[in-house]
Every structure is written in C-alpha cells, then in structure tokens.
Design a protein around this ligand. Structure first.
Ligand code: NAD
Length: 328
C-alpha cells in the first residue's frame, strides 16, 4: 500500500518534492500545507535552476491546509516532507516527529547543531525515519567520484576544489529580509552541499581554515574554506550569493587524484591522464527524484537511511559551524 506523504512549504523545493511524490508508485501526495494557497504559491515559485513540478489540475485535487497540525490530525500521514524556509525547519520537524510521522527535512536541517541532535534523538526514540534533503549525494557526478575514491581507480585523492555561486535568491520567501537573514547565508545554504559531499567522501577534516578577506568583506554571503586531512587530501569549498539576483547558478569542481584529474562544470566532465583528456558521459539522473525514491525505500523498510540520515546531516552542520568559530 502506498505511503501517505504531506508536503509542508509548497515553494520551489516543496513543489519539486510534491511532483516526485505524486509520480512515485509507492507514495501518495496526501496533502499540501502552506501559508498561502498552493495555486498562488505555484505562480510565485522560481528557484536558481529548473526542476519539474506538477500541473495545476493535479494540485487542485490535493487537500490543502494552512496548519500542519490540522493536516496531520485529519490525513494521518506516514511521512511529512518539510520544505519551508530554514528558520521554520526545527519547529515543523518537531511537530512531525512528536506526531509519530517519518520525516524528510530539507537542508540545512537546522542551523544549531544542538537542535539537530534533539531531532535525531527524538526520531531514534520513536523509531522513525529521518532523512535530510542532501540532494547532491544523489547526483551522478558525486556517485562517479565516490566510486573513484572508494576503488582508488586513479590512486589516492590529493586535492578537491568545489565552487558554487548564484545570484542572491530573489524568489518566494527569500525576498523577506527575515527569512534571508535567518537562512544561514552562503555557508549553510550553498557551501553546505559540497561540505556534505566532501565529508561523505573523507570524513571530518583535521583542520579547517577560512579565508578572512572574503568573510570580512562579504560576511555570510561568500565563503572560502580550506580543509586539511592529516592522512588525506586537501579540500577547498568556495560558495557565495552575489548581486544581482539575476546571476545564473554556477557550480564546478576539480578532483585531483595521484594519477588523474577530473574537471566538472555546468557543461560537462573531463578526465585528464598523462595519455590525454577525454569527456566523461554519465547517465542522466534527476537527483530530487532519486532522493525521494530512496526515502520511499527507507519508509517501506522502516529503516533509518544509511546516507543522508538526520544524524549524518548533523555532522555536516557541525562542519559549517566551524566556519564561524575559525579565526583564520
Ligand atoms: N536541496 C536543494 O537543492 C535546495 C534548493 C533550494 C532550497 N532548498 C531549501 O529548501 C527550503 C525552502 O526553500 P525554497 O527555495 O523552496 O523557498 P520558497 O520561498 O520557494 O518556499 C517556501 C515555502 O514555504 C511556505 N511557508 C512559509 N512560511 C510557512 C508557514 N509558517 N507554514 C507553511 N508554509 C510556509 C511559503 O509560502 C513558500 O511557499 C530552504 O530550507 C532551502 O534551504 C534546498
């Protein structure tokens, strides 16, 4: 029998998840919760890149609630996807878990690692699935690099450099100064993706240094951190929100191994070895669809995710907080 799922926060991410829930054979989009009517929310939504959403005809058939507690009481869902502005994540996640529902929580799960611990403990005590929306782990490029690291196909990793920039978000709730100020800025909203990937590949770094000039000049809006593993690679994670808000989303990384270098940007990926350079063609994967399919499997098994669990995501939040504690 399909699992009933409520989506709370029907903006850019909520609509993306709603579409993947509605299209999944084992999930049912049981209700939408938002402060504004979903049909209006659909028109206001944009995002920094294109994702697929649902048609208005489908949305108008899904029950809509203004309050999550009312929706849970009436719908009795198996799970809730929380995709509200970050400052509301903890509040809604707690309501979901206390009601005995499984939880999918967008990244960053909460800015305060102690609150993350509290949610993790609550989910564990109630034997509920708690998965975080670290979608980049489901991207084909991450999966490819992970395999190279695990199999040491081209030797040991030496230096990984990630970069991710876009215009200051100008859609949905992001135009509200309070929402924007409490989002955690570039560290928690942008750099967190590559921070999470690097941590998933190499674990917690032994040392982190922060580029002070950028932090002093741009505050939370641009970050450049360099990580050292005593017995592993150097990692650099760079990210930012820049003006104007129309600036297109751009990401790239360079992964240097002992015997090869991978370059990846928005146009594609190449592998450079002493023999030459060749393009790497990978099968297309919709990472949002893949993460929701993984969530469906964990719901079916009633098991905590192996990857992207709340506990896993908390470890990533803890690295983000090192940015602020670093005096570099
Ligand atoms: N995984 C990713 O790639 C990715 C990408 C973008 C955003 N995000 C994360 O997703 C979350 C949402 O971001 P977004 O870009 O979708 O924002 P958004 O502004 O497009 O959507 C937020 C929605 O929440 C609703 N909302 C606000 N207050 C509410 C309340 N009290 N009750 C119910 N609904 C309420 C708004 O009306 C809006 O529809 C953020 O935490 C963000 O960091 C993740």
């Amino acid at each position: 029998m399909s699992k009933k799922v409520i989506v709370v926060g029907f903006g850019f991410m909520g609509q993306t998840h709603a579409r993947n829930i509605a299209n999944h054979p084992d999930l049912e989009l049981a209700a939408i919760v938002d402060a504004i009517d979903p049909k209006i929310a659909m028109k206001k939504s944009a995002g920094n890149f294109a994702t697929n959403t649902l048609g208005e005809d489908i949305i108008s058939k899904v029950p809509y609630y203004k309050e999550l507690t009312e929706a849970i009481a009436e719908v009795k869902p198996d799970a809730v996807v929380v995709a509200t502005p970050t400052m509301l994540h903890y509040k809604f996640a707690k309501i979901v878990l206390e009601a005995g529902c499984n939880l999918f929580l967008e990244k960053p799960i909460c800015l305060d690692p102690n609150l993350c611990d509290e949610l993790v403990a609550l989910a564990e005590s109630k034997h509920l699935v708690f998965m975080a929306g670290h979608c980049v782990r489901f991207q084909k490029e991450f999966q490819y690099i992970k395999e190279l690291v695990e199999k040491q196909t081209y030797g040991k990793p030496v230096y990984f450099h990630y970069s991710r920039y876009c215009g200051v978000p100008g859609w949905g709730c992001w135009t509200d100064p309070e929402v924007s100020a409490k989002s955690g800025g570039a560290m928690y909203d942008m750099a967190i993706h590559d921070t999470d990937c690097a941590r998933a590949l190499f674990g917690n770094p032994d040392e982190i240094s922060v580029m002070p000039y950028l932090r002093d000049r741009f505050g939370l809006m641009v970050v450049d951190t360099c990580w050292k593993y005593n017995n592993g690679p150097i990692v650099r994670v760079e990210a930012g929100f820049l003006a104007p808000h129309t600036m297109p989303f751009h990401k790239e990384f360079t992964a240097i191994f002992e015997k090869a270098t991978i370059n990846c940007d928005m146009r594609g990926m190449t592998l450079s070895t002493p023999e030459g350079v060749k393009p790497i063609e990978l099968l297309e994967v919709d990472c949002y669809e893949a993460e929701m399919a993984a969530f469906a499997q964990y719901l079916e098994k009633g098991e905590m995710p192996l990857e992207c669990s709340g506990k896993d995501a908390t470890a990533t939040i803890r690295i983000c907080t090192r940015f602020f504690n670093n005096k570099g």
